[in-house]
Design a protein around this ligand. Sequence first.
Ligand code: GLP
Length: 259
Amino acid sequence: MDVIIVNDNLEGCTLGAKIISDVVKTKSNAVLGLATGKTPIPLYGELVKKHNEEGLDFTNVKSFNLDEYYNVPPTKEGSYHYFMNYQLFSKINIKKENTHVPNGMAQDVEKECNEYEENIRNAGGIDIQLLGIGRDGHIGFNEPSCSLTSRTRLEALMEDTREANISDFGSIELMPHYAITMGIGTIMEAKEILLLAFGESKQDAVKGLVEGPITSMCPASILQMHPNVKVIIDIAASKKLSKIDFYKEKTKLIINNEK
Ligand code: GLP
């Protein structure tokens, strides 16, 4: 796991966008795993900029999002379909039919989840998976205590997660209780993983992710077992780590390589 410490979220998102755009430049039919939440918004802004100003081409790119709220129509503002269209898809030249977000309105949820997995496999697997992290260490909507080999499925949301995401729907009463999420096993099959975490509220989650024991109580900690993970954090999110000097040295190395 490469831990990269940057000054702030903008620096982190600019670096993240560069890493993703390099994948797209190297492989024009790259398969991107995408995430929602506030964290990656500036990264999507950077990708849009690269598309507009540098001609970054998404014609043959496919994407699979991590998750979607259950029973929320894709046209509703809090839905992750809406988020992705607004933040990215409508602003770049990706083909609509090449973008995938789980269908939270599916009548047959099991079938939807199995097909989602099958579609990822048929696309050749995910080349790079972008992740944020919940303050309890969840990735996607894989909450503490989930199976570390889980697949795409319907999951219940913890109260803390519902509270943290209130801004999606405006009030706790309107927050969904369930979501369809890629599983931890699904995420772990991505060839490369890029996780972003910024701000003080992510300190405990980052500590568990990077230095904690591998435990389902911090689902992100399983990423320690993945061979190709970059974790980009800001100084505020790094505060509880014990090996900060080492990570800073490594950051210099990695950033030099990225130039
Ligand atoms: C939700 C999403 C996660 C995201 C997390 C953190 O739970 N399902 O994918 O990482 O929120 O969101 P934020 O980036 O807004 O802190």
